[in-house]
Design a protein around this ligand. Sequence first.
Ligand SMILES: Cc1ncc(C[n+]2csc(CCOP(=O)(O)OP(=O)(O)O)c2C)c(N)n1
Ligand SMILES: CC(=O)[C@@H](O)[C@H](O)COP(=O)(O)O
Ligand SMILES: [Mg+2]
Length: 608
Amino acid sequence: MNLNLKKYPMLSLADSVEKLRLLSIDQLPQLCIELRKYLLDTVNISKGHFASGLGVVEITVALHYVYNTPFDNLVWDIGHQAYPHKILTGRSKDIKNIRRKNGLNPFPCREESEYDVLSVGHSSTSISAGLGMSIGAEKEGKNRNTICIIGDGAMTAGMSFEAMNHAGEIKSNLLVILNDNQMSISKNIGGLNNHLKFLREIQYDKKYIKKNIFSQKKTFYKQSNIKNSLFSFNSIFANLGFIYLGPFDGHNIFSIINVLKKIKNKKGTYLLHLITKKGKGYLPAELDPIKWHSISASHTLSSKCISYSDVFGSWLCEIAKCDKKLIAITPAMCEGSGMVKFSRLFPNQYFDVAIAEQHAVTFAAGLAISGYKPVVSIYSTFLQRAYDQLIHDIALQKLSVLFAIDRAGIVGYDGKTHQGIFDLAYLRCIPGIIIMTPSDENECRQMLYTGYMYNKGPSAVRYPKDNGIGTLLTPMHEIPLGKSRIKRIGKKIAILNFGTLLKNAFFAANNLNATLVDMRFVKPLDQCMILKLCSNHQFFVTLEEGVISGGAGSAVNELIMMKKIILPVLNIGLPDIFIPQGSQKEIRHDYQLDKEGIYKTILYWLQK
Ligand SMILES: Cc1ncc(C[n+]2csc(CCOP(=O)(O)OP(=O)(O)O)c2C)c(N)n1
Ligand SMILES: CC(=O)[C@@H](O)[C@H](O)COP(=O)(O)O
Ligand SMILES: [Mg+2]
């Protein structure tokens, strides 16, 4: 391990979990101090998720100290808090390159380390996967433990409830650690959050504690041995069938180790409730955990122009001013989706539904049925969670709901789990949906308006994690559905562009004297334009920032084949693999989606 001994003497003694376990328990507080310092020093270089990692330092040290990892399964939920885990499991020298191209993965990743038993990035998978592992371990008969570490935010999702419902019934050997820092990315919200508050208040009510439960040690014995003790009785977890322990201070390494050691030797389905502080140990992050949730790399966005998320946010405010029927919904992504101003100005028209994409979509269905005009703002990658709800609860019922799909295309540093590259393929097959792919920020604004005004079914506008190109935002008007726009007239080759790669396509179009069309709609497709272009061009090229299998280009192929037209078509987009991390610029370069890449790809294809 490449650690400076002077700066991190204890951490350098613990450069593997085996060595960590050789430390005396009294050395662990110092280890935690150095781990925090190391995290701060390295994330300063790497950028990326920060405050959550600081909050789980003691939990991480205690888990690796007490449990026999990697034999025992540690299942991290989401994984944005797993930097300390990566540091302690032999990856400390690489942490400065986390999220970078060819660097460590942003989240636990099975291919990266045997300590990462589940690849993660999306929320609320840990209890389901952990339960499966615990059943597997029981069948294997080798006394392998399974521990899931899940945040109070991730706990709000349907998957967590589904898993607890199952786990509480079958009672396998499973420990769920609830890391309750009272935060999601934004402030955590909802009934469960209020229940956690209630449990925390019981803990802090000194009178209550004096009267009922004496010390943490006694509390533990009471709860693990007498199932209907008052705490257990009062918690939702106990009612679901877990042995509920806590809440305890998640920054007291001694008490965490004490509890873990006892649980380790007992069979059963436990939920250990630990209270932590997001950003612990770094005051700016403690004071503003929203800002420090993740530190973005400078030059993340490509220019100084307004971001697409902000175009969306201002558009929302403008509509809400005159339309009280508008209801905007976010599944826990207020800041990233550009909705902070809207949420403050129009609190009665705004719902953060917590990390609950499925619910967000069907909730929108209910609002639409009741005469409201819901706008679901959602990242492309997280809409994957709500696919059935979109089909069954919205499209099938022809409900007019606008989906503002942010982070569409390459997202960059969050990598494989977060690339928004499947939406065009998975949306295109849904009957009756309108799918729009703006090529600049003003198009985005006009398309949001067009979708909002469309009243025959769902519509979607997909836009990237990026800034616009500086186009003037004009007064709102509806765009005729399914109408493309010719951007350049050329000969022989027609480039059909879907989305924000338009700016890069000009280079190829100019150099090849090609016709360039901004298709704007994936559905309905501008068939007239395509058929007209077929009659006076010899080659077609389609362009999109998404997977080519089943994407917008496939729609063009299908039309051409159906019309029995014989014309070579090149679909440019992303290949049939999970696209790795890196800056957006690097990834676009690597997959030939920058201007030179597009040009060369077409040229090479023409010459073949
Ligand atoms: C399905 C899904 N929706 C949304 C997100 C975005 N997201 C990442 S972290 C996070 C907050 C998680 O809160 P919590 O589990 O309490 O962890 P904390 O950040 O507080 O450590 C959210 C909403 C995600 N990763 N996956
Ligand atoms: C872990 C996670 O899912 C979020 O923190 C995500 O990284 C946010 O992405 P943006 O920074 O693009 O909003
Ligand atoms: Mg939290």
